[in-house]
Write a protein that binds this ligand. Structure first.
Ligand SMILES: *Cc1c(COP(=O)(O)O)cnc(C)c1O
Length: 372
């Protein structure tokens, strides 16, 4: 039986092994592990890649969100608008700074926050909007930025899944006041552990972020504000520096695989049963290739699993239905598009090293399921 994992990081590692071993050896010899020159260099390169003036390396994508909210001064009494259809960290971070998440439903085609629905949720307490560029495709940022500017609201892009994604030629992370990135291993630019980055073109915010990431210490051992340990490791930075020059090639591989899936689904006549990802507004980097099936999604997932094919549901429970956010008093039916997406979506393998044979096998198996 053919095996098609959802993601095969071992295949990628084979292509960069020698370079990675060489830089990590240098760091072991130097015994300098926290921040330092590799982090400085990575910050410069990510800033250039993301079309911003500054980038600040942090300990994870989650901490990127948390420290951004802290730098923006968001806290108790404040409301932050975001999507209910995202990874937990987006919403968890809002609550951790003491603010209240306010959800806005998503668009049916992209699964990204619906800009038109944001306006109705803006109150005198709204201090920030966190658009999440889900699956590697940017939100419709123009109307979001217009609303934010008109109401003096901070925009923090959750670009954890979207490094290098573009909206009208502008990169994810350069449109809002800050952009948050994750180097979690399964992201398109993954470290060998946890890591993250905040991008900004504001001198003042970049200064604040750098102080907050070392417990608010400035100068050392003098604290005007309370921060945390949000530092990025030298090892992770050095590994990401090795990977960065390959990123556009890997993205091109993912895009080619997406195109190949489209042709295969069409050739098999499956495009009527299966909703394929919709590309809008610019460069989609396909962190995930997410299809939607109107019924029997879980049965399809089980069938594929038995055929050796890895898939995942991002995400099975929207944030407004998570038990830990019950005090927000959201009801079933409040965000119907997100609730439907949670029942119907399924991510297929899309990593760059995936072969044509593997893709054909995935589509063949889906066809088998649909015609049974
Ligand atoms: C992965 C992810 C995060 C969190 O990143 P970590 O590095 O795992 O902490 C936040 N938001 C979204 C949308 C993500 O996909």
């Amino acid at each position: 039986m053919m095996k098609v994992p959802l993601l095969d990081l071992k295949a990628q590692y084979q292509t960069i092994r020698d370079e990675v071993l060489s830089v990590t050896k240098d760091i072991f010899e130097a015994q300098l592990f926290i921040l330092g020159k590799h982090v400085d260099k990575l910050e410069e390169e990510i800033a250039a890649y993301c079309q911003v003036k500054f980038a600040v390396g942090v300990s994870s994508g989650t901490d990127a969100l948390l420290i951004s909210l802290m730098a923006a001064g968001i806290g108790p009494g404040d409301e932050v608008i975001t999507s209910p259809y995202t990874f937990f960290a987006t919403v968890g971070s809002i609550v951790r700074v003491g603010a209240r998440p306010v959800f806005v439903d998503i668009e049916e085609d992209t699964y990204n926050i619906d800009p038109q629905a944001i306006r109705d949720k803006i109150t005198s307490r709204t201090r920030a909007i966190i658009p999440v560029h889900l699956y590697g495709q940017c939100c419709d940022m123009e109307p979001i930025m217009e609303l934010a500017r008109a109401h003096d609201i901070v925009v923090i892009e959750d670009a954890a899944q979207a490094i290098g994604a573009e909206y009208k030629d502008r990169r994810a992370g350069c449109m809002g006041d800050m952009g948050c990135f994750s180097f979690f291993p399964s992201k398109n630019l993954g470290a060998f552990g946890d890591g993250g980055m905040v991008t900004t073109s504001s001198d003042a915010l970049s200064e604040k972020l750098k102080i907050l990431r070392v417990h608010g210490s400035h100068p050392k051992y003098y604290h005007k504000v309370i921060g945390g340990n949000f530092r990025l490791d030298a090892l992770q930075a050095a590994i990401i520096l090795v990977k960065l020059p390959y990123l556009d090639g890997w993205t091109a591989g993912r895009q080619a695989n997406a195109q190949n899936y489209r042709e295969l689904f069409k050739a098999e006549g499956l495009d009527d049963f299966i909703k394929l990802p919709v590309e809008k507004n610019g460069r989609h980097i396909y962190n995930q290739f997410v299809i939607s099936v109107q019924s029997q999604r879980d049965e399809l997932r089980q069938f594929l699993s038995e055929a050796g094919i890895g898939t995942e549901v991002y995400y099975p429970v929207p944030m407004h239905q998570q038990p830990c956010f019950a005090d927000l008093n959201a009801k079933q039916g409040d965000f119907p598009v997100a609730e439907t997406a949670a029942m119907e979506t399924l991510a297929l393998p899309i990593y760059a090293e995936l072969s044509d044979e593997q893709q054909a096998y995935v589509v063949q198996k889906i066809k088998e399921f649909c015609s049974s």
